[in-house]
Design a protein around this ligand. Structure first.
Ligand SMILES: NC(=O)c1ccc[n+]([C@@H]2O[C@H](COP(=O)([O-])OP(=O)(O)OC[C@H]3O[C@@H](n4cnc5c(N)ncnc54)[C@H](OP(=O)(O)O)[C@@H]3O)[C@@H](O)[C@H]2O)c1
Length: 315
């Protein structure tokens, strides 16, 4: 069985294929999955490089990866002996070592039962593996935090990225008017996803053409985050950032509510995501796939080239 591991923090040179790891033991509350595909997120190269080592240090050797789609191989005994899953079920979710899993960049992954759900039937394993983190982020931001409703206006930054490409489709489903920032090459892509107003962030200042918006979803941070306060409705506007802690000065200057969203993928949210995906024919754009053995290259591609939609490892 192959596992993609690191023995120290670093760039792609530290990423190794290890086929001598023993199969993780399946205890109460855990499920062992035959992984069919693993989704790649910016967090994966950030973890590899040690960005989170103060907050959540890795125990080496450590298997990389979080998002996956696969087939249940073995189920840990439950306290109440009841389970929503059985051997052979198709499931998707997370198996990060930072949340009690064994790592998703592997042929076999141990996951918490609360971190998985039944795979959407309308998606194949590659598409489903791309979704747990970005789908839940979009759901938490638009549905749970903003409560986005019909005819409201939202600006989605980074609309061609993992979170942005799902957020645009979710905002469309909720009946909102959507503006989005992308680079020139991605304009047609986000138009097909349902964006109403498309701003090429390398050529235009988004705040010049957008005013009195109800909400901003920021997947970029930095100056983009700060400038976004200008486009929101004073008194009722809300900005959700995936990267920035709330800026108290800008909040009070513009009369805006600001939230840093910390994503939490759990069974309840994944199940809602599954229902929405299956009922609405949602598109998942796989920009590129890499074989599991080339996980290091996939992480570099995610970091340096910013996929249109997602990249996925085939297992
Ligand atoms: N807080 C949390 O819990 C949480 C959870 C998930 C993700 N995140 C973070 O959220 C961020 C986005 O995640 P993701 O998966 O969507 O990443 P992604 O797939 O890399 O998407 C980011 C997108 O932003 C675009 N972009 C870059 N600079 C921009 C700018 N100035 N204006 C507009 N768009 C710009 C990129 O495209 P081009 O550069 O090609 O234009 C890319 O399409 C990452 O930093 C990730 O680590 C946080």
């Amino acid at each position: 069985m192959k596992f993609i591991q690191i023995k120290r923090y670093g760039n792609s040179d530290v990423v190794e294929v290890n086929d001598t790891v023993s199969v993780p033991a399946v205890s109460t509350g855990k499920i062992l999955v035959n992984v069919k595909a693993s989704g790649v997120n910016p967090a994966d190269w950030k973890i590899r490089e040690g960005y989170f080592q103060q907050m959540a240090p890795l125990q080496f050797p450590s298997t990389l990866g979080s998002d996956f789609s696969g087939i249940v191989k073995q189920i840990g005994e439950d306290d109440d002996m009841s389970s929503d899953f059985k051997q052979g079920d198709e499931v998707y979710g997370q198996a990060s070592v930072l949340s009690g899993g064994s790592g998703a960049f592997a042929e076999l992954a141990l996951a918490n039962k609360d971190s998985i759900a039944h795979k959407p039937k309308t998606l194949n394993h590659l598409e489903a593996a791309a979704l747990p983190l970005v789908g839940v982020c979009a759901w938490q931001a638009l549905v749970e935090n903003i409560g986005l409703s019909k005819d409201q206006k939202i600006l989605v930054h980074g609309g061609a990225g993992g979170i942005g490409s799902i957020a645009i489709q979710l905002a469309k489903h909720l009946g909102a008017h959507i503006a989005t920032t992308v680079s020139t090459n991605d304009k047609q892509f986000v138009q097909q996803l349902g964006a109403d107003q498309i701003i090429d962030y390398k050529k235009e200042n988004f705040e010049d053409g957008i005013h009195d918006y109800d909400a901003v979803l920021d997947t970029v941070g930095g100056e983009t985050y700060k400038r976004s306060f200008k486009v929101l409705k004073k008194g009722s506007g809300i900005i959700i950032s995936m990267l920035e802690q709330p800026n108290a000065e800008l909040m009070s200057q513009y009369g805006i509510k600001a939230i840093f969203l910390f994503s939490q993928v759990n069974r309840q949210r994944l199940t809602k995501l599954t229902q929405w995906l299956d009922q609405n024919n949602i598109k998942v754009n796989i920009d590129k796939t890499f074989p599991l053995d080339e996980a290091g290259k996939a992480l570099d591609y995610q970091k340096d080239l910013h996929p249109r939609g997602k990249i996925v490892l085939t297992v």
